[in-house]
Design a binder for this molecule. Structure first.
Ligand code: GP9
Ligand code: MN
Length: 635
């Protein structure tokens, strides 16, 4: 008995000593990662939530070391520890400034610091270097010990078997967690729209592994080079689009400021609508009456939602086929609105009241060439509604900032309060009597958008009173849907639609878009079928900008237009094609129809156009086109 106990103890002792490097690395890195998580998640931190994902991810990566021989194994673990410790330090400092996590695109592109200056000493504390303490003291001792004490050397097959077992334990457990999250929040992992949340739920090791995986898989799928003939075909296609169709209002905005407001979840169905005799959006209705209003304007976003609305409107390119362009393509050369306004000597500014790094904006705005970026850090978060700073406070503070801007300026701003789930606006005044819709999803939305409408109205009235609108062109539009498909019935009931078809649903996917000119000039309604991709060429006409490399159409001069959706669906000549059911609808009779030869051609053109767009994004073709044009002496 004694000898058995002794044998077991001896075996255990030897096992621990033989594997001291890995036995040490797993808990210490788990501890460090959890400690880091505590820093980035002070309000929601819980050991129960984060312990397992962190532990299993550390086990999965550490298992790779088992493939190496003794010395190599310790070296691998040592390096893993050092790299992760440096990452924790860097991520901690980055978090203090941006409330976000460093990703590969951040490293590749650098970031925009926004309106606040900050020095390293404000974001990096001496205590942060404690992460590296064991790397300089304890771990070298382990290395020396393992170097000098002879340990049995496992054969390659044995090492591989050990690796497989440990990796399987770590990776399977980890994959299960990641899968669960991808089911709960389908777009989170591919678009990384909320990096902070992802990191809080899965831990920093998983976050960086997933980020590297996303970047690598995009790179691999784009490795196939694109033939010159195809590049020329794409360029010619865009050049054809470049030919102006008319000169109406050309240069009407010359020298004036451009103020663009992208409103969160503003759908068209609330415009002009009343509930219990009360207008839902009295202010927008008033401003629409004083503006050129586009009442057939669809949002065209894909999984990048708000960021896609920006990408479409600022670049006249379609969003990414999968994932979010703002996350995947900030390394591409773009021919954005801000770039052209910079060339014209404008002061180009983008403003929102949320975290600077959300949707990768601090990286992407640099690629989109904005000179100044103001976000959460540049605002006093004195009133919170929903996700963050209330629209009321955002507009008030933005107004004060705008008064100090050097003119002419181009201000692109994004509102926040009317963000899903629309249940935080109560108690902020301007509530609407919802009657039978009280407590319903649609009722909450109506209340939420009614609040934003009131804040927007006050802001526009102030711009007007201050005389700013006398010298500015103002554009207001909605970014995307407010009512998701799973709440469709509530919307159909609100609209009195029975036996709804795909066409009915699509008709409801419009967002308002207005262009206001000084002295309410050019007011009226324009019903041309349109989408967010058309905003930039329309602005280009007003401000005499180049219309190169744009997929959209100048809505003021075009006689006709086709609206292309990322899904391959389209609206053309009173026909709606739903790609998801391969059905064509006559938009007048609302009946399904057989495709005419013309419509079959539009379908092919639509797919070609989306493919061209993807080729441009995946192969950074605008960079090539711009270089070619420059060397050919074209402007
Ligand atoms: C945050 C906001 C939200 O700044 O734009 O983005 P969304 O969730 O609507 O895509
Ligand atoms: Mn949005």
């Amino acid at each position: 008995m004694k000898t058995t106990v002794f044998k077991v103890l001896n075996f255990l002792k030897n096992f621990i000593l033989n594997n001291i490097d890995i036995i040490y690395t797993i808990p210490i890195l788990t501890y460090k990662a959890i400690n880091y998580d505590k820093t980035i998640s002070p309000e929601y931190f819980s050991y129960g939530l984060i312990f397992i994902p962190v532990l299993v991810s550390v086990i999965a990566v550490s298992s790779i070391s088992l493939l190496f021989k003794n010395k190599g194994r310790t070296r691998f673990l040592y390096l893993f520890n050092i790299i992760m410790s440096i990452i924790f330090i860097a991520d901690t400092a980055y978090y203090r400034y941006f409330k976000d996590i460093i990703s590969i695109s951040v490293i590749r592109n650098g970031v925009m610091l926004g309106g606040v200056q900050s020095s390293l000493k404000d974001v990096l504390f001496p205590s942060d270097f404690l992460y590296l303490l064991d790397c300089v003291i304890l771990f070298p001792l382990i290395r020396i010990y393992r170097k000098h004490v002879n340990r049995p050397q496992l054969k390659l097959v044995q090492r591989f078997a050990c690796f497989l077992v440990v990796f399987a334990i770590g990776a399977c457990w980890d994959a299960q967690r990641i899968y669960k999250l991808s089911v709960e929040q389908p777009r989170l992992i591919s678009t990384m729209f909320n990096r902070l949340y992802l990191d809080k739920i899965l831990g920093d090791v998983n976050f960086h592994v997933l980020d590297a995986y996303n970047v690598a898989s995009t790179k691999i799928s784009n490795m196939k080079s694109i033939p010159k003939s195809k590049q020329d075909e794409i360029k010619q296609y865009l050049e054809k689009k470049d030919v102006p169709q008319g000169t109406t209002l050309a240069g009407a905005g010359k020298g004036k400021n451009l103020i663009v407001i992208q409103v969160e979840a503003l759908q068209q169905f609330v415009i002009g609508q009343k509930i219990n005799g009360q207008e839902i959006t009295p202010n927008l209705n008033k401003w629409i009456g004083k503006s050129l209003y586009f009442n057939n304007y669809y949002y065209q976003v894909a999984s990048g939602t708000t960021s896609d609305a920006e990408f479409l409107s600022l670049n006249s390119l379609y969003p990414a086929a999968t994932g979010a362009a703002y996350y995947l393509y900030p390394g591409d050369t773009l021919n954005s609105t801000a770039k052209q306004f910079n060339d014209k000597g404008y002061n180009t500014v983008t403003l929102n009241g949320y975290q600077e790094g959300f949707w990768n904006r601090n990286v992407m705005y640099k690629a989109e060439d904005f000179t100044n970026y103001y976000a959460e850090k540049a605002y006093n978060i004195d009133e919170q509604v929903g996700l963050g700073l209330s629209d009321k406070s955002f507009f008030n503070q933005t107004f004060d900032k705008m008064k100090t801007f050097k003119q002419p300026y181009y201000s692109f701003m994004i509102t926040l309060s009317s963000h899903f789930p629309y249940d935080d606006q109560k108690g902020y005044g301007n509530t609407i009597d919802l009657g039978k819709y009280k407590g319903s999803f649609i009722g909450d939305y109506i209340n939420g958008i009614h609040y934003t409408d009131a804040q927007l109205g006050m802001f526009l009235d102030k711009l007007d009173k201050e005389g700013i609108l006398k010298n500015s062109i103002l554009v207001v539009y909605g970014d995307h849907y407010a009512i998701p498909k799973n709440e469709a019935q509530g919307l159909y009931d609100f609209e009195g639609i029975q036996n709804a078809s795909d066409l009915d649903w699509n008709n409801l996917q419009k967002v308002p878009m207005l262009i206001h000119f000084p002295d309410d000039a050019n007011k009226g309604v324009n019903s041309i079928p349109a989408g967010q991709v058309d905003l930039y060429p329309t602005i280009a006409n007003l401000f005499n900008l180049d219309r190169k490399y744009m997929f959209g159409t100048d809505l003021i001069n075009a006689k006709n237009n086709i609206v292309t959706f990322r899904s391959g669906s389209f609206v053309a000549n009173n026909t709606f094609y739903a790609s998801y059911s391969n059905t064509y609808y006559d938009m007048n009779t609302k009946k399904t129809v057989q495709p005419t030869a013309e419509m079959s051609k539009v379908k092919t053109d639509t797919l070609n156009q989306l493919e061209y767009n993807d080729d441009i994004l995946n192969h950074n073709l605008l960079k090539k086109f711009i270089q070619e044009d420059a060397s050919a002496g074209k402007k």
